[in-house]
Design a binder for this molecule. Sequence first.
Ligand code: FES
Ligand code: FES
Length: 153
Amino acid sequence: MPSYSFRLNGRPVSVESWDPAQPLLYVVRNGLGLLGSRFGCGLGQCGACTVLVDKQATRSCSLPVSRAAGRDITTIEGLGTPASPSRVQAAFVAEQAAQCGYCTSGMIVTATALLSRTPKPTSDQVKQGLSGNICRCGTHTRILRAVMRAAEA
Ligand code: FES
Ligand code: FES
């Protein structure tokens, strides 16, 4: 069976798949057991599945595993831990920026990429940067506060 190798959260991994078009999201969740990245729309439209690919926020539901080969992938699990959260994760907790939490990992990963590109964004830049991530619970105000808090940390 064809196999694909990449770095995942700082560690080399190799996965087998008959289908080179299998979405990276399925490989990460079902094959590697990392459940933080969520399946929302499966169409690249909601952002729930966002991971970092070579530091770029990327919809893992729309990225074939074959195109992940050789890349550096970071999921929400690779950003921090409950004991040692990243500054964005800590800010989301401090601002209680989640209701159901389904969008939260995608929001945090997208915000992490945004802050690495633009360390001191305006609120309009944050709104623009997260405009492709949908929160069905309407937590946008707290999410915006959390990202601005992380930028100031
Ligand atoms: S599940 Fe990937 S963008 Fe919605
Ligand atoms: S907190 Fe429920 S979808 Fe965002």
